[in-house]
Design a protein around this ligand. Structure first.
Ligand SMILES: *Cc1c(COP(=O)(O)O)cnc(C)c1O
Length: 428
């Protein structure tokens, strides 16, 4: 069976099998007939599909996220629930805050995890820092800038864009020219552009923004833990990330941090942010950042926080610099192997290649969808095509966190080599 094959093939998937002993494998056969026999007041019967066991297959998650989780993180998420306002939970949240300060390399007091995916953190950043009518400058070189521009437009911000093709980047003079022209209160840029596979140089952008009285907002969802980033040293005012990429937590929590300048802007707003759930003034209290007694705001994802705490603990034990180095080395190993297969890397300049997510130019004559479907079907492996503006241009491979090692890189290369042999190639 599938489960047994994976047991032999990949130790890390096998470890995950052990965790599910608590799930029912068979549902009591008496359930359905008994329901049919009794007279019921219900007009909607229990769905037959829910009387079957949960079907979640074992897969190699080698796309741009989510990635496979270390058993320790899975186990943390399986701990018994405690209250979201219990003192032990507040201690765990304090540990999460310290972990985020470490992985972000920041001393910011206003640091927390948003209850939601990376998009929730994007919205939290924009909704709280920007007021309607204010100018916001967005660097777009892939999908994430487009998304943030969309979010900012929804709250009536005056959105200005600087746009490049996927795989391209913005020089300091180009950024400064736009800051001078548009005088925005906020400048957005993506550190790890996972749709194009580009890691954007960060040095100097913070200083430029501050010279022009503008806050710097950076997306590090796909790069955190996988590529060097120093929030305080690089003058980043608002930094957010996600849980499910190199951090190796389940999807659903999103680290975020605000500098003193960003915090000042939030706490001196004239209007309330449009979202109650994402109101940082409320969340600052929930996360114990405002020194006041905590009052109920919302029920945080308790299990998700347990897992996040554990994945931050792993990062602390391993060391951030070691994690960066590991991602760089494995990425370079993968890149070499891809070139040996005759494939072309989408980002030409080596130092601009994102170590967590590798983009491969779709090989000539092939249909990218057939390749991703082939490796899914024959290798139980997720790799993906492009996203947003890079759709049709690239294939994307992510080896992040727990997945980031040369054995898995070899596994990807073997699967891709197999796909190139067996997928249809047109004569061009
Ligand atoms: C995945 C990703 C996001 C979005 O995260 P979700 O958890 O899917 O909402 C944002 N930015 C980047 C760079 C990403 O790679």
């Amino acid at each position: 069976m599938m489960q047994r094959t994976l047991f032999c093939r990949g130790a890390f998937l096998a470890q995950q099998v052990a965790l599910e002993s608590a799930l029912p494998t068979r549902v009591s056969a008496s359930l359905v007939p008994r329901y049919r026999r009794t007279m019921s007041s219900l007009s909607v019967p229990p769905p037959a599909c829910l009387l079957q066991p949960l079907q979640a297959p074992y897969r190699y998650m080698f796309g741009p996220g989510p990635s496979n989780l270390p058993p320790r993180v899975l186990a943390a998420g399986g701990r018994p629930i405690i209250g979201h306002m219990h003192k032990e939970m507040f201690e765990i949240m304090d540990e999460i805050k310290k972990g985020i300060q470490y992985v972000f390399q920041t001393q910011n007091k206003l640091t927390m995890a948003i209850s939601g995916s990376g998009h929730a953190a994007m919205e939290a950043a924009v909704f709280n820092v920007v007021e309607p009518g204010e100018a916001v400058l967005i660097a777009i070189n892939g999908i994430w800038g487009e998304r943030v521009a969309d979010i900012a437009e929804r709250i009536g911000a005056d959105v200005k864009r600087i746009v490049k093709h996927p795989g391209e980047w913005f020089s300091l003079p180009e950024i400064e020219q736009a800051l001078t022209q548009y005088k925005p209160v906020l400048f957005f840029i993506t550190h790890g552009e996972s749709s194009s596979g580009l890691v954007h140089p960060m040095d100097g952008i913070g200083d430029l923004c501050h010279k022009h009285n503008c806050l710097l907002l950076v997306d590090s969802v796909a790069s955190l833990g996988g590529a060097p980033l120093h929030m305080d040293k690089q003058g980043i005012d608002i930094l957010y990330s996600g849980s499910q990429k190199a951090l190796n937590s389940p999807p659903g929590t999103a680290p975020i941090s605000f500098s003193d300048q960003a915090s000042k802007k939030i706490f001196s707003r004239k209007t309330k942010p449009v979202s109650f759930l994402l109101d940082i003034r409320w969340l600052a209290n929930y996360w114990g950042c405002d020194g006041k007694p905590r009052v109920y705001h919302h029920t945080g994802p308790v299990s998700g926080f347990f897992s996040l705490r554990e994945s931050l603990a792993i990062m602390a034990e391993q060391g951030l610099e070691k994690s960066w180095k590991q991602h760089q080395e494995v990425a370079e190993y993968l890149h070499q192997g891809l070139e040996n297969l005759g494939l072309k890397l989408f980002v030409k300049e080596k130092h601009l290649r994102l170590p967590t997510v590798t983009t491969i130019t779709v090989p000539q004559g092939y249909d990218w969808k057939e390749i991703t479907a082939y490796v899914m079907k024959h290798h139980s492996m997720e790799i993906t095509g492009g996203l947003g503006p890079s759709i049709g241009m690239v294939l994307r491979v992510g080896l992040m966190g727990y997945n980031c090692n040369k054995t898995n890189a070899d596994h990807v290369l073997q699967a891709l080599g197999d796909a190139l042999k067996h997928c249809h190639k047109s004569k061009v």
